[in-house]
Design a protein around this ligand. Structure first.
Ligand SMILES: [Zn+2]
Length: 272
C-alpha cells in the first residue's frame, strides 16, 4: 500500500496594531457595541474616498524585514470584486501582482509574499446554532470592516500538521516581538488558513489542494491537524465549540475578478 504525506502551505491573516482602520479615521475596536466604529468610507457611501494608513504600510514592511523578505520599492492596491453581505463596497481593497513584500524565510519555511488588505465586516447569525444554517436572521456589524490586515503566504514546505502548528506558534512569537500586532488568536487578530494536499511519499508532484479556513482558536487548531490527514476539497471551518471538524464546501468568492484600484494611489518607497 502506498504511503502518503501531506503538503501544507499556510495563509495567515494578521490584524495590524494601528490606531485607525486601513483607509479611514475610524478607531479600531474589539467588543464595542455593533456599528459604532463606522464612517462614510468604511460603509462605502457614494463619493467617499480611501486614504491609505501609513502605519499599516510600515507594519507590513516590518513583517517583511522580520521574515527576510525583499521589500518592494513600489506597490499598488487592487480591487478584489465579490458580492457578499460583509462587504458594503462589493469589493475588497487588497494587493495582487505588486505586494509590499516577496520571498523570505522563517525556520526553513519559505515565504511566498506578504501583502496588505482590509478586513470585511462581521456577520452575526441569530439563532440557537449561531451558524448560518438554521438561523432566523443574519445581521451585520461593520465595526471590523476596513481593519488593516497583513496576509502572509508561505510556500508548501510543511509536511505534518504538528509542524504546521509549531511553525505558526513561532511566527506568532516573531510577530509579537516586532510589535506589529497583538496576535491574539481568540479575538481574531491572527487567523490561519491551510492549503493541504496529499502525495505519495517521495513524489515531487503536488496533489489536489484543499483549503481549510478559519483556524484561530484552539479547537480550530485541532481541526487543522485533522484536516492535514483527511479531505481533498476546499472547506470552510465549522464554528466548532468542542473540536468538531466538519467541513462544508466553500460558497463564496468563487467568481472574484481583480482590477487596479482607481481611488488608491500607488505606494512608493522614499529610497527611490
Ligand atoms: Zn470608517
Amino acid at each position: 500500500m502506498t504511503d502518503y504525506e501531506p503538503v501544507i502551505g499556510l495563509e495567515i491573516h494578521v490584524q495590524l496594531a494601528t490606531r485607525t482602520k486601513m483607509f479611514c479615521g475610524c478607531e479600531l475596536s474589539f467588543g464595542e457595541p455593533p456599528n459604532t466604529r463606522t464612517c462614510p468610507v468604511c460603509l462605502a457611501l457614494p463619493g467617499a474616498l480611501p486614504v491609505a494608513n501609513e502605519q499599516a504600510i510600515r507594519n507590513v514592511l516590518t513583517i517583511g524585514l522580520a521574515l527576510e523578505c525583499d521589500l518592494a520599492e513600489r506597490s499598488v492596491f487592487h480591487r478584489k470584486n465579490y458580492f457578499y453581505p460583509d462587504s458594503p463596497k462589493a469589493y475588497q481593497i487588497s494587493q495582487y501582482d505588486e505586494p509590499l513584500c516577496r520571498g523570505g524565510r522563517l525556520a526553513g519555511v519559505r515565504i511566498h509574499r506578504v501583502h496588505l488588505e482590509e478586513d470585511a465586516a462581521k456577520l452575526v447569525h441569530v439563532g440557537a446554532s449561531g451558524r448560518i444554517h438554521g438561523s432566523d436572521a443574519s445581521i451585520v456589524d461593520f465595526n471590523r470592516c476596513g481593519t488593516p490586515l497583513a496576509e502572509i503566504v508561505t510556500e508548501p514546505d510543511l509536511h505534518a500538521a504538528e509542524d504546521a502548528r509549531a511553525w505558526l506558534e513561532l511566527l506568532r512569537t516573531t510577530l509579537r516581538q516586532t510589535g506589529v500586532s497583538d496576535v491574539n488568536m481568540e479575538e481574531g487578530s491572527l487567523r490561519c488558513d491551510a492549503n493541504i494536499s496529499l502525495r505519495p511519499v517521495g513524489s515531487a508532484v503536488l496533489g489536489t489542494k484543499t483549503e481549510a479556513s478559519g483556524r484561530r482558536s484552539r479547537a480550530r487548531r485541532r481541526s487543522c491537524a485533522a484536516a492535514g490527514r483527511s479531505s481533498r476539497r476546499r472547506c470552510t471551518s465549522t464554528r466548532a465549540r468542542s473540536g468538531s471538524r466538519r467541513c462544508a464546501p466553500r460558497r463564496r468568492r468563487t467568481t472574484t475578478a481583480t482590477s487596479p484600484s482607481p481611488t488608491c494611489c500607488p505606494w512608493r518607497s522614499r529610497r527611490t
